[in-house]
Design a binder for this molecule. Structure first.
Ligand code: ZN
Length: 277
């Protein structure tokens, strides 16, 4: 029996379209349409950032609400995950959309250098976001950009700020952070089993590392993330045409690993989420 795998699509991210890819959906209408196409292609989870009209990162709950409403209408059972991260957002505002009670929200459990910036997540902010997610019954996706973040997540469980079993995402291939090495992923997985037993996991590879990471995840029992957010292209000739095209590219690997895309209902069960409302 093929193993069901959750395909997450990170539709937008936080980098302005001009510096990234003209295909990135930015307005709520574009985001809903692009997510719907990715859903049709096999994605069961959408990771969502919203943008101000000037395309800078936004925390505006009204924008999140418009996307949430549109997705509930067009892909009602798809898992919605709001980002609490991203560059250029006021830390005090990063949790402001959690009162909309999305199914999930991202939670980075430490600070890390990226290529040109510090991705700052101070301990007080991490605790405050974790507390808000508990209050609104939102399942966090723990974002592991560097090694200590895994143990910080286990500490959140110990302090009653995170419910087990957790769901974690290992992000490999960001310059200055974790390298996209198979041995690194294998080490992370063995540590995960010890410090967060029963956790589900996804490995996300950035840009040219994406397909390799998807293959390792399919092989090693994980879930897969793709999407334009992670496909930051240096080479404009090979820009990904759409979120749906990226999902199709990853779903096409399933047969080689005796896997198949999970339905949204299966994905909700695996993550311990409530059924779609
Ligand atoms: Zn993101």
């Amino acid at each position: 029996m093929p193993r069901p795998v959750i395909f997450a699509v990170a539709i937008t991210g936080s980098i302005p379209r001009k510096a990234h890819n003209p295909a990135v959906p930015v307005t709520p209408e574009e985001q809903i349409e692009s997510t719907h196409a990715a859903y049709e292609a096999g994605a069961s989870l959408a990771h969502i950032h919203v943008r101000n009209p000037d395309e800078s990162s936004s925390s505006d709950p009204e924008l999140f609400a418009r996307v949430q409403e549109g997705l509930r209408k067009h892909c009602p059972d798809m898992i919605q995950q709001f980002s609490t991260g991203g560059r250029g957002r006021d830390p005090a505002e990063r949790g402001s959309s959690l009162s909309l009670k999305p199914d999930m929200a991202s939670l980075a459990t430490g600070s890390v250098n990226f290529k040109t910036i510090i991705y700052e997540n101070e301990p007080q902010l991490i605790d405050a976001l974790a507390e808000a997610m508990l209050e609104y019954e939102i399942k966090p996706e723990i974002e592991i950009f560097d090694l200590a973040m895994l143990y910080n997540a286990a500490d959140l469980v110990e302090r009653g700020l995170l419910k087990a079993p957790a769901h974690v995402q290992f992000v490999l291939g960001i310059p200055n952070a974790l390298p996209p090495r198979r041995k690194m992923l294998e080490f992370l997985l063995s540590e995960l089993e010890e410090v967060l037993p029963g956790a589900t996991w996804t490995a996300a590879g950035i840009a040219r590392h994406q397909i390799e990471m998807a293959r390792w995840s399919l092989e090693l029992g994980g879930h897969v993330r793709t999407g334009l957010e992670d496909n930051i292209k240096l080479d404009r000739e090979t820009l990904a045409p759409s979120n749906a095209a990226l999902v199709e590219q990853c779903v096409a690997l399933c047969d080689e690993y005796d896997t198949r895309p999970a339905t949204p209902t299966e994905a909700r069960e695996m993550l311990g989420l409530r059924p779609a409302t």
